[in-house]
Design a protein around this ligand. Structure first.
Ligand code: HEM
Length: 149
């Protein structure tokens, strides 16, 4: 079991600047795993240096973090919240499932840096467990959805 209350306490802090925090995560994802940028039609041809001031990255950061916030707020009962993104990421965006592990590891790292007061050892552990569970549920949905890379 994960401590969803601990996670939601950190998330309240994240929501003080949802778009900015989502933007930081996307930029760090592109920096640390440059192959992930190639999956985004809007960003793939723009050099990373120029993306730091790209408004679309911030808007997309907000979209991703809004969806992730909707998941963590369900405190574990998020099956229906995962179905829609799984379907689009399988069929429309064609994102291999291991990318969810990459992005959630980046989220953990960015939160630990940005929110050292809230990201205590138990909070990091709670996020780590929750993200592992979510990634594994997404993998199951990918299998059911017949994902082909
Ligand atoms: C925490 C994990 C993630 C969440 C919550 C998330 C959520 C979303 C949402 C809500 C959308 C817009 C609605 C839709 O099309 O479903 C979206 C679009 C998209 N996502 Fe994700 N996503 C995640 C991870 C990723 C990763 C790891 C990649 C690729 C490496 C990716 C690639 C895309 C692309 C290419 C789009 C379309 C962007 C556009 O509008 O041009 N996503 N995502």
């Amino acid at each position: 079991m994960c401590d969803w209350d601990l996670i939601n306490k950190v998330w309240a802090k994240v929501e003080e600047d949802l778009a900015g925090n989502g933007q930081t995560v996307l930029l760090r994802l592109f920096e640390e795993h440059p192959e992930t940028k190639a999956h985004f039609p809007k960003f793939k041809d723009i050099p990373l240096g120029q993306l730091t001031s790209n408004a679309d990255v911030k808007t997309h950061g907000n979209t991703v973090f809004k969806a992730l916030g909707d998941v963590v707020k369900q405190k574990g009962k998020h099956a229906s919240n995962l179905q829609a993104p799984a379907t689009t990421h399988i069929n429309k965006h064609k994102i291999p499932p291991q990318n969810f592990t990459l992005i959630t590891n980046v989220v953990l790292k960015v939160f630990a840096e940005k929110f050292p007061g809230e990201m205590t050892a138990p909070a990091q552990e709670a996020f780590s467990k929750a993200f592992k569970a979510i990634c594994s549920e997404l993998e199951d949905l990918y299998k059911k959805g017949g994902f082909q890379s």
